[in-house]
Ligand binder design. Structure first.
Ligand SMILES: [Zn+2]
Length: 284
């Protein structure tokens, strides 16, 4: 596969103050819609699968499809595991060719999160693979794991400093008020907290749960130091929304190319929109 480590993409974004999308793929149409848009926009790209998506698609298919998609590309692409839940699954992805993994130990107590993340970093860095970790706890639902809004906790700046020093991670996902999945109202982001954390750790910072967050808020977060913005739900809604529209107009459609094709176009349009306001266009 023609991949680069995610750190290479994010260190440049950190230095030049823009963000790159961490765009989740769920099937072939997602992958194509996303990479075609990034190529058109001359943007670096972080393709990611959750553990659930990797299992749904099948590891061999993920690798085969990403290999085909990146073979002749002119943009830097990283393949990243989103929310890896165990050391074992992170290693499985690395062995299969992922150039980056996230180990999400955010539900563990701090000490345990540090200890487990450190083990993943040691193994990943030995083979040139980047690692993202998370500190603080986002609300919402990701891959069937739900965190109640009242159990969500914001990232503590002092803990972030200690965490990155002790683990050596390449990027840190922080909790400042976003949630996974669909919002019921507009989320309130803690920009002051972001500013404080970025000032203390001076490295790539990641925002999860950005689907449905007003564009102006995401832009502001990027200006304050967010360098990777994860998007999944927005693309799922664009794809499925398009398909719903097609069936509403003509319930007799049966050829999957007649609805998956337009669904893929809808994802591509959404990706172009995201890349534009994240500021990664022309940065390939
Ligand atoms: Zn996430």
């Amino acid at each position: 596969m023609n991949l680069v480590p995610m750190a290479e993409i994010l260190n440049k974004a950190h230095k030049e103050n823009y963000a790159v999308g961490g765009f989740n793929i769920n099937n072939m149409e997602f992958l194509q819609g996303i990479i075609w848009a990034a190529e058109e926009m001359d943007s670096p790209l972080i393709l990611q699968t959750s553990e659930g998506a990797a299992k749904y698609i099948g590891m061999d298919y993920v690798i085969g499809m990403v290999d085909a998609a990146t073979k002749n590309t002119h943009i830097p692409v990283a393949l990243h595991l989103d929310h890896g839940g165990s050391f074992e699954f992170c290693m499985k992805c690395i062995r299969n060719g992922y150039s980056s993994v996230m180990f999400d130990g955010s539900h563990y107590p701090l000490e345990e999160n540090i200890k487990l993340t450190k083990e993943v970093v040691k193994a990943a860095h030995a083979v040139g693979v980047s690692v993202e970790a998370e500190l603080g706890k986002l609300g919402g639902t990701e891959d069937n794991v739900s965190v109640d809004a009242k159990d969500a906790t914001f990232t503590v700046p002092e803990e972030a400093v200690r965490f990155v020093e002790e683990t050596g991670v390449d990027a840190l996902a922080i909790a400042i008020g976003t949630a996974h999945g669909v919002y019921s109202g507009d989320p309130e982001l803690d920009f002051e907290r972001l500013k404080t954390i970025k000032g203390k750790i001076d490295m790539p910072v990641v925002l999860h749960g950005a689907s449905g967050v007003p564009e102006a808020d995401v832009k502001k977060a990027v200006s304050l130091g967010i360098n990777k913005v994860n998007v999944n739900t927005d693309f799922q809604q664009a794809f499925t929304g398009k398909i719903r529209e097609i069936f509403a107009e003509d319930s007799g459609v049966y050829d999957p190319r007649k609805y998956c094709g337009p669904g893929r176009e809808a994802i591509k349009d959404k990706v172009i929109e995201k890349i534009t306001f994240l500021g990664s266009n022309g940065k390939a």
